[in-house]
Ligand binder design. Structure first.
Ligand code: TXE
Length: 483
């Protein structure tokens, strides 16, 4: 029996107006387990109306009250609903259960806690002119906003957008990815239980071209916060920019991982294994291009291949699984096509390069062997385009300048990792890398207060901390003349 998901509009769970559904698939088994509303512009209109009517009262609710409700949502995620959310995320996405339990769902709760606290610690600027006049800044919630999120970190990224929007006093029409909608459906129930007033958050399920486009083109939606593919980001900008909507776009990456000879080798190799294959390589921050200084290249190659081959690809529900299923059949085929392309482009498969067929429950699941490719030049498509799977390329370098040049040689600029014990090298390289986020001797060490986002075609704007609260507010200057 499939679970039937519903939209969350005006504080109620509603079926899509046209009663149309799409299939929600468990990527580990290939089976349909849910029916997902295939909402249209009509559902979005309804959601916008309800967000508009909730806006005056929510935007004037004292920050302290908004904060309390958001903390309550976080607590319900952490306690009563925790196990259900963990299982739902893994069923929907294919990621190993331990990732849902230790990363995705705790982070969703942390997003609410963080912005519920942050809203109590805001301040604005003042510009006094001796005894003649004073300017000060008001930051006011922008209105109804649209939050559109992807499938790779479903509840984690959805809440990363809606928590600051709600904290800032905006009302929201959100759309999670149609590929992984289950946990945001559960979030609707949590919000009802936490006492979030009707219409403050509305969740409309459905596809990008229908429900997503209806959100981006709706004249009453004042800002769009989007995470997803670069092409989709461009399409959203084409629609939203001429309407003068505020835009925050977190897009793709093709991130370099630069390894110098003097690095802490053991820490580097364990972390590189994670930055390459965690979540099946489906994190926009994964380091998919690995550059290794020539003195340790052969040693690294041997050890890295060995450790990669020890990773257990398996049922995401099994506690011993390191690498689960990729998110969908279409995405599986995309990854396999890139692997074929890499061969045509002259790449050598050091390990992997194939689909894995498991036995039992997961025999029809979408599994890919962690893949390491060597021997490609930096300009080829494999090294230029985002594959978003468990696939990395290796290349040696001699000098610092060469590593920087290769690292910067893509259209993307999201994140980068640098491994060295030499402080001078670390600072010099960090300074020259074209990336919004640089990690030195670590990866994915996140602090929610910091700027998060990319340069070049990896996006526009920054999320995180007060940046996100600023995005969802308008700055208004007030001038008083004392004379
Ligand atoms: O993302 P999409 P997809 C990359 C990755 C992946 C590729 C495509 O390379 O293979 O993007 O993945 C909604 N108007 N990333 O197709 O299409 C869509 O419904 C409004 C990188 O899943 O960008 C979903 O909710 N909305 C990435 C969201 O946009 C639209 C994470 C993301 O979907 C829309 C995911 C439209 N016209 C994929 N079209 C990252 N960097 O984190 C789609 N959507």
């Amino acid at each position: 029996m499939e679970i039937i998901l519903q939209n969350y509009i005006g504080g109620e769970l509603l079926s899509p107006l046209e009663e149309a559904y799409i299939h929600g698939t468990n990527p580990a088994t290939g089976e349909t387990f849910a029916l997902v509303p295939d909402s249209t512009a009509k559902d979005v209109d309804l959601a916008v109306e309800s967000a508009q009517s909730a806006f005056p009262s929510w935007s004037e609710t004292p920050a302290k009250e908004r904060s309390k409700i958001l903390h309550r949502i976080a607590e319900l995620i952490e306690t009563k609903y925790f196990d259900q959310l963990v299982e739902a995320e893994t069923t929907d996405n294919g990621k190993p259960l331990h990732l849902s339990r230790n990363v995705d769902i705790p982070r969703a709760a942390a997003n609410f806690h963080f912005f519920a606290s942050a809203i109590l610690h805001t301040h604005t600027e003042a510009f006094p002119n001796e005894s003649t006049s004073l300017n000060y800044t008001l930051r006011q919630p922008i209105g109804v906003v649209g939050c559109i999120s992807p499938w790779n970190l479903p509840l984690y990224l959805f809440t990363w957008k809606i928590a600051p929007a709600l904290a800032a006093g905006c009302t929201v029409v959100g759309k999670p990815s149609e590929i992984t909608p289950y946990t945001s459906f559960l979030l609707s129930k949590i919000c009802m239980e936490a006492g979030l007033p009707a219409g403050v958050l509305n969740i409309v399920h459905g596809t990008g071209p229908k429900a997503g486009r209806a959100i981006t083109s709706h004249p009453e939606i004042k800002a769009i916060s989007f995470t997803g593919g670069t092409k989709t980001g461009a399409e959203i900008s084409r629609i939203a920019a001429p309407m003068f909507k505020k835009l925050s776009l977190e897009l793709g990456g093709k991130n370099p991982n630069i390894i110098f000879e003097d690095c802490n080798y053991d820490k580097m190799i364990e972390t590189t294994l994670r930055s390459s294959f965690s979540n099946q390589g489906q994190i926009c921050l994964c380091g998919s291009r690995i550059f290794v200084q020539e003195g340790i290249y052969d040693r690294f190659k041997k050890d890295f291949v060995k450790k990669t081959e020890q990773l257990k690809v398996g049922d995401p529900l099994a506690p011993t699984t390191d690498v689960g299923a990729v998110v969908s059949e279409a995405h599986l085929n995309k990854i396999l096509n890139y692997i074929e392309l890499a061969k045509e482009e002259g790449g050598t498969m050091l390990t992997g390069g194939n689909r894995i067929v498991l036995e039992g429950r997961c025999k029809n699941g979408y599994f890919v062997a962690p893949t390491i490719i060597e021997g490609l030049d930096q300009q080829c498509r494999t090294n230029q385009e985002e594959i978003f799977g468990p696939v990395v390329t290796l290349a040696p370098f001699k000098k610092e300048e060469e590593a920087i040049q290769m690292a910067n040689a893509t259209q993307y600029g999201l994140s980068a990792t640098v491994w060295t014990q030499n402080l001078n090298v670390a600072h010099r390289v960090a300074n020259k890398l074209q990336a919004g986020i640089v990690w030195i001797n670590t990866w994915m060490l996140r602090d929610l207060r910091t700027y998060f986002g990319g340069m070049k075609q990896s996006g526009v704007g920054r999320e995180g901390g007060f940046q996100a609260l600023n995005f969802f507010t308008e700055a208004k200057n007030v001038t008083i003349d004392f004379t």
